[in-house]
Design a protein around this ligand. Structure first.
Ligand code: FES
Length: 161
């Protein structure tokens, strides 16, 4: 882990402990998750107990202590989406990606999670990929959705190569 990432984030927020959530989100965006070393380094530099950072990381669903996929697929399993077939969509995504909710594909291109209501019940069932909402989803649309984001993932990798 590059400690410069931590320094940059601390500098951006002027080491303000009130901005700890934003700091963690920025670190996660760069490193794709919150590695143990990053939390230890941040705690040391901010002079705060590392246990506090773990508590925050575990509390917020947006934060992850495990590596995440480049494309984060969140299937809403809230009541409105559930009654409209969210579980069939989740099964199909799991089947096509070859992973279960909470897992990441071996090439780390996709991560799959379930979430509760994302506030778009009228559009349900809803799948959110990298923050983009896809309403009126159906198991039959899953393949197209995966291909769309797999294409984006390849483009991004090319750019960073
Ligand atoms: S239950 Fe899925 S968006 Fe509300």
């Amino acid at each position: 882990m590059d400690k410069k990432t931590i320094d940059r984030v601390i500098e951006k927020y002027q080491g303000n402990p009130q901005e700890i959530l934003e700091m963690l989100l920025d670190i996660q965006e760069e490193l794709r998750y919150l590695p143990k070393e990053a939390l230890s380094c941040l705690a040391e530099k901010l002079n705060m107990p590392v246990a506090k950072l773990y508590r925050i990381a575990k509390f917020y669903e947006a934060l992850s202590l495990k590596p995440m996929g480049d494309c984060q697929v969140h299937v809403c399993t809230g009541t409105a989406c559930h009654v409209r077939g969210a579980s069939r969509i989740l099964d199909e995504l799991g089947h096509q990606l070859g992973i279960k909710p909470g897992e990441v594909t071996p090439d780390q291109s996709f991560g799959l999670k379930t979430v509760n209501c994302v506030g778009a019940c009228a559009l349900g069932p809803v799948v959110v990929v990298n923050g983009e909402h896809h309403g009126d989803m159906a198991a039959l649309k899953v393949n197209k959705l995966i291909k769309q984001y797999a294409g984006d993932h390849k483009q991004k990798k090319k750019k960073h190569a």
